[in-house]
Design a binder for this molecule. Structure first.
Ligand code: GLY
Length: 292
């Protein structure tokens, strides 16, 4: 990529919605029962640092208040799929998370036309990986998983999302997800035609056209990277993957995420980045005129 100007305007956002973890965050859903207890004070600090990182990248962030009914409510990504000119509010797959989307609907519908998925369709936004104009959708198939990973995204949810995506001119394909919670737990896109993730996903036939960074087995949280505004927000504590991403010339922001990792959460889960009308009208603005 030496000498090319690097910018992917689809991943350039000026606005995001986040939600502060509530005092009962530790009551949320996790496959890591019996592990280290949640330090709520630390979770708040880590969340504040995450929001500051988005703001530092030029994103205006609305931080919604927690709701004690939804201990997983800070994982806002699962409640919506947002495109340039519209959004779909999902039905998160775990019934305990269903009401989380109400406040998100109110927020996003004030910004762009917002459709709603209907039951029995379910889908978690963590299963939706956009790479430029193509969407990869993780469909839960728990044949290999232990009982701690109940299915989240079903075929009826996928069908509704695909119709919605097609109505906006986008195509989609499917990837079965059985060993991790969401597709983006296993693989994410980091720009420059490159995916990063666990071996089984990065080397899946569906992703054969991309350059690949496989995370080592001791760095599974490095598979979940948030690509925004020409920068990569990743989980701190993954030195090998961080060094590889830096060596590719990426602008890497590694932030502590330990409390969210305990709840099966990652950096993509904590925000819904989007482009508002002002941003769409001013395209193709860039954060900085950089040559990589
Ligand atoms: N704790 C996040 C989830 O299970 O959905």
């Amino acid at each position: 990529m030496q000498g090319e100007r690097y910018s992917e305007s689809d991943n350039y956002f000026n606005y995001a919605v986040c939600r502060t973890p509530g005092a009962n965050f530790a009551d949320g859903i996790t496959s890591k029962d019996g592990g280290e207890p949640i330090d709520y004070g630390k979770a708040l600090e880590q969340h504040a640092r995450y929001v500051d990182t988005l703001r530092d990248l030029g994103i205006s962030v609305t931080v919604l208040q927690p709701d004690a009914r939804f201990p997983d409510g800070c994982f806002v990504e699962d409640t919506a799929v947002v495109l340039e000119k519209g959004a779909m509010i999902t039905n998160p797959g775990d019934v305990r998370r269903r009401g989380e989307a109400e406040v998100i609907y109110a927020e996003i519908d004030s910004i762009k036309p917002t459709a709603r998925m209907t039951l029995p369709g379910t889908l978690d936004g963590g299963d939706v990986l956009r790479i430029r104009d193509h969407f990869y959708i993780g469909v839960s198939n728990r044949s290999k998983a232990n009982g701690k990973l109940p299915p989240r995204t079903n075929e009826k949810g996928v069908r509704q999302l695909v119709d919605f995506l097609r109505s906006h001119g986008f195509e989609a394909s499917f990837v079965e997800v059985d060993s991790v919670l969401h597709l983006k737990t296993g693989i994410t896109y980091v720009g420059k035609n490159t995916v990063v993730g666990l071996d089984e996903f990065v080397n899946h036939a569906a992703f054969s056209q991309y350059k690949k960074i496989v995370v080592p087995p001791e760095e599974p949280n490095a598979a979940n990277v948030l690509f925004v505004n020409d920068a990569l927000i990743m989980h701190a504590g993954n030195p090998k993957t961080e060094a590889k991403l830096r060596a590719y010339g990426f602008d890497v922001r590694a932030i502590p995420m330990s409390e969210f990792e305990k709840m099966d959460g990652g950096v993509t889960c904590l925000s819904i980045p989007m482009q508002t009308q002002e941003r769409l009208e001013s395209k193709p603005a860039q954060r900085a005129d950089r040559t990589l």
